[in-house]
Design a protein around this ligand. Structure first.
Ligand SMILES: Cc1cc2nc3c(=O)[nH]c(=O)nc-3n(C[C@H](O)[C@H](O)[C@H](O)COP(=O)(O)OP(=O)(O)OC[C@H]3O[C@@H](n4cnc5c(N)ncnc54)[C@H](O)[C@@H]3O)c2cc1C
Length: 436
C-alpha cells in the first residue's frame, strides 16, 4: 500500500508535467452542505461536478492533493466496457440490463470527450486503442468479442487486425493480431483530473485539499464529517476513497473494504523519443495486451513511451529503481529497438479490484453512497459512476439501481489472508498465458 503520507503528488512523469492549477485550502471551519464527497479523485470529482451544475451545494474533501491517488498516476487509457466480461454481466442481470450498462460505458467516453472540450482541459486527449493478442487463442477470443459486440450490443467501433495490419501501426513483432477500437483512447490523467476539479470548483463545489476524513457519524438525520480542523454537516455523503478505505477504520464504511483488493501496478516513462516515437506507434493509439498480467502503453504528448504493467499483491511499495529495472525489461520484450533509451520516471499505484471485476457502486444507507471496484477501468468509468450517483442524489436513482443489482462477493479474510489465494490465482493465470 501507499503510505498514507497524504502530502504532494508522488514523483511521476505526470506530476512533473502537470498544468498549473489552484492549491485549494484546507477546511478550517464548520460548514453545512447538501452533499459531502470524500476523496478528490475522478470518482469524487465526477460526482461533485454534475451536482454543482444542478445547483446543489457540495463540499469535496481530499486528504492530500486533487489527483493524489490512482486518478493522477494511472496509464491514462480511456476505455469503454467494464473490467468484467459482458457475458458475465449479462448472466447476472440479463441481456437488456447488460445492454444498458454497455451503453453507459460508451456514454462514459462521450463524457470525457465532452468535458475535455467544454472545459478546455489541456490533457492530450486522443482517440484510438488496440487490444493486442499475444497468443492465437487470445486472438480467437477477440474475434468472438468483435462478433458479440456487434450482434448483441450493436457496437461497430471495432476492427479486427491481422499481425501484418497491426505492424503497419505498431513497431513490435510480439503480437499475432489485434482488436482496434476507434472510440477508446488515452490522455494525461493528472491534467484531466486537475482540469475537472477546476471546472467543479467553478461550478460551485467547495474543494478542500489536505483535509482527510477523520470520522464519519450520524447527525440530526444526516451526517457529521470530522476533519482535523473543521466539520461538515451534510444530508448525503459520497465515499470515493478507493484503495485507501481499509486505512480509514470508519465503521459506517467498513463493509466496503472486503469487496476490493488493492493490487499494485507500475509505469515507466522513457526520455522524449522525438521522431522515433512516431515510428513506434504510428497512429498514436493506446495499446493493451490480452494477458492476465498485462502490458499497457502509449505515447505521451511530449513523445515519451509510457509503459505500464506488472502487478503486486504484497502491499509493499517497490522502489523506483526496482520498478524501473523490471518494467524496462518488459518494455524491451515488446520494443527491443529501445535498448539505448533512458527511463526518466518510474512510479506505481494500486488498482481497486473487485472479485468479479464488475464496478461496485451503490448505497450503504439511503443517503450514504459509494463507488469502488473500477478494476483498472476507472478513467472513463468514474465519469459515468459519478453521474449516476449524482442523478440518484438529485432524485432519479434508476440507473444507480442497475449497478446495485450486481452482487459483489467479499474477498475472504482480511487483506493479509486474501493475499496467498491471489498469489496462487495469479501464478495459475501467468502459466496459462505462457501456453499457446
Ligand atoms: C498505476 C495505475 C494504472 C492504472 N491505469 C489505468 C488505465 O490505464 N485506465 C483506466 O481506466 N484505469 C486505470 N487505473 C485505475 C484508475 O486510475 C482508477 O480506477 C481511478 O482513478 C479511480 O478513481 P477514484 O476517484 O475512485 O480513486 P482515487 O483517484 O484513488 O481517489 C481517491 C482519493 O481519496 C483520497 N483519500 C484517501 N483517504 C482519504 C481520507 N481519509 N479523506 C479524504 N480523502 C481521502 C486519496 O488521497 C485519493 O486522492 C490505473 C490505476 C493505477 C494505480
Amino acid at each position: 500500500m501507499q503510505s498514507a503520507a497524504f502530502q504532494e503528488h508522488i514523483a511521476s512523469y505526470y506530476a512533473a508535467s502537470r498544468n498549473a492549477s489552484p492549491h485549494y485550502p484546507a477546511l478550517a471551519e464548520h460548514i453545512e452542505v447538501e452533499t459531502c464527497v470524500i476523496g478528490g479523485g475522478l470518482a469524487g470529482i465526477g460526482t461533485a461536478l454534475p451536482l454543482a451544475e444542478a445547483g446543489h451545494s457540495v463540499a469535496l474533501i481530499e486528504a492530500a492533493r486533487i489527483g493524489y491517488g490512482a486518478s493522477g498516476r494511472n496509464g491514462g487509457q480511456v476505455i469503454h466496457g467494464w473490467a468484467a466480461d459482458m457475458d458475465k454481466i449479462a448472466a447476472a442481470l440479463g441481456i437488456p440490463a447488460a445492454k444498458e450498462l454497455w451503453q453507459m460505458s460508451l456514454e462514459a467516453l462521450d463524457l470525457v470527450d465532452e468535458r475535455v472540450r467544454r472545459f478546455n482541459i489541456d490533457c492530450d486527449w486522443q482517440r484510438g486503442y488496440a487490444t493486442v493478442a499475444v497468443r492465437p487463442r487470445h486472438m480467437e477470443a477477440l474475434r468472438q468479442w468483435h462478433r458479440d459486440a456487434a450482434d448483441t450490443y450493436g457496437y461497430h467501433g471495432y476492427s479486427v487486425w491481422s499481425a501484418a495490419q497491426l505492424q503497419e501501426q505498431l513497431a513490435s513483432e510480439r503480437y499475432v493480431g489485434a482488436l482496434y477500437d476507434e472510440d477508446s483512447g488515452h490522455l494525461h490523467p493528472l491534467n484531466y483530473t486537475l482540469g475537472l476539479a477546476q471546472a467543479a470548483h467553478a461550478a460551485g463545489v467547495a474543494v478542500y485539499e489536505h483535509t482527510p476524513l477523520v470520522s464519519l457519524g450520524h447527525h440530526q438525520g444526516g451526517y457529521l464529517i470530522t476533519t482535523p480542523h473543521g466539520q461538515i454537516k451534510a444530508r448525503n455523503v459520497v465515499a470515493t476513497v478507493n484503495v485507501f478505505l481499509e486505512d480509514l477504520h470508519q465503521p459506517l464504511l467498513q463493509p466496503l473494504a472486503a469487496k476490493i483488493l488493492p493490487v499494485g501496478t507500475y509505469i515507466i516513462a522513457t526520455e522524449p523519443l522525438g521522431a522515433r516515437a512516431e515510428s513506434l506507434i504510428r497512429n498514436n493509439m493506446a495499446v493493451c495486451d490480452t494477458r492476465f498480467v498485462l502490458d499497457y502503453y502509449r505515447l505521451s504528448g511530449d513523445q515519451r513511451l509510457l509503459f505500464g504493467g506488472r502487478i503486486s499483491y504484497t502491499g509493499r511499495d517497490l522502489t523506483a529503481t526496482d520498478i524501473q529495472r523490471s518494467m524496462r525489461r518488459e518494455m524491451l520484450r515488446v520494443f527491443p529497438q529501445l535498448s539505448d533509451v533512458a527511463v526518466d520516471f518510474a512510479w506505481g499505484g494500486h488498482v481497486d479490484i473487485s472479485m468479479s471485476r464488475a464496478p461496485h457502486f451503490g448505497r450503504l444507507e439511503p443517503n450514504l453512497y459509494f463507488m469502488q471496484g473500477f478494476s483498472g477501468h476507472g478513467v472513463a468509468a468514474t465519469g459515468i459512476g459519478g453521474l449516476v450517483t449524482a442523478e440518484a442524489i438529485l432524485g432519479d436513482d434508476r440507473r444507480l439501481r442497475l449497478f446495485e443489482q450486481l452482487r459483489h462477493a467479499d474477498f475472504p479474510g482480511g487483506r493479509h489472508l486474501r493475499l496467498p489465494s491471489q498469489w496462487a490465482g495469479t501464478l495459475y493465470y501467468r502459466l496459462r498465458d505462457m501456453m499457446p
